[in-house]
Design a protein around this ligand. Sequence first.
Ligand SMILES: NC(=O)c1ccc[n+]([C@@H]2O[C@H](COP(=O)([O-])OP(=O)(O)OC[C@H]3O[C@@H](n4cnc5c(N)ncnc54)[C@H](OP(=O)(O)O)[C@@H]3O)[C@@H](O)[C@H]2O)c1
Length: 276
Amino acid sequence: MKSSSLKDKVVIITGSSRGIGKAIALAMANKGARVVINGRNAKKLEAARQALLAQGHSVLAVSADVGNYADCQLLVAQVVSTYGQIDVLINNAGISMEGAIADTEPKVFERVLHTNIMGVLLPTKAALAYLKNSKGSIVFTGSIAGYMGLPNYSAYSASKMALTALVQSLKIELAGTGVHVGINYVGFAENEKDKTYYDARGNLQKMPVRKQFKRMPMEQVAYYFVKSIEHKTYKQTLSTIGKFTRFMQQYFPALFEWLMIRKWKQQQKLKHTDNV
Ligand SMILES: NC(=O)c1ccc[n+]([C@@H]2O[C@H](COP(=O)([O-])OP(=O)(O)OC[C@H]3O[C@@H](n4cnc5c(N)ncnc54)[C@H](OP(=O)(O)O)[C@@H]3O)[C@@H](O)[C@H]2O)c1
């Protein structure tokens, strides 16, 4: 059997104590990579480390806030002192929000934009010299919410749209260095039961299971991430709904907007009926 190009590579996955990041870590480890998992909550991170160890994988867990540059530098320093190199950085950590702009507290916008934008810029900057040295890969977890500003998810959509600009800038800046830059636009994926989001007031709420859409299993999302690194793809859209959103936004933007307005008005009407 042909061995994967990921064998023995040192792969950092930010935001990998649960959810998509944890699934990516397992998929990379299954390819023989030495994975570095990350998150802020040390207890949850340790549980994820134990789960990977129990499956016989080599794993380093580093608790760090990707929105803090000193933390990102410590993360990189710990990886380099353990493994001596960094081959892949997957900028996956992200947080979500829900609420119309009119109803949402400014601190919610700030938190989401900071984590989802600075939280990919800072780890990238901290690890860049090592990734240039290894001619490695930097891959971002995008979202189909980054194709169009979605109602109720404004800051989240804006943060995910910003990733496209960051990836474009980085790709040009790194041209000729041998570093691969890519982004995977994830559609609706399965959530872990303890996934949370910020409501309009800034309180963390449990993310409900979204039954109205077919959700891609996290393992399948992870499979596409592995492929994107093995094949050094630039942009990849996952899931049928993701491809549909991209197509509509690109070729029928006015029709797509009309559909979104119709749906938004229906939701507002339902909300109003629920409240009376
Ligand atoms: N699920 C979907 O349907 C979907 C669709 C499109 C895109 N995405 C994107 O996929 C990524 C992962 O989503 P998910 O659904 O797996 O979310 P999740 O279950 O909430 O997991 C998020 C992970 O990020 C970590 N994290 C959050 N803020 C962090 C910070 N400041 N520093 C370090 N780690 C941090 C969390 O750990 P701590 O809380 O302990 O820090 C956790 O490990 C996100 O970028 C999200 O936007 C998800």
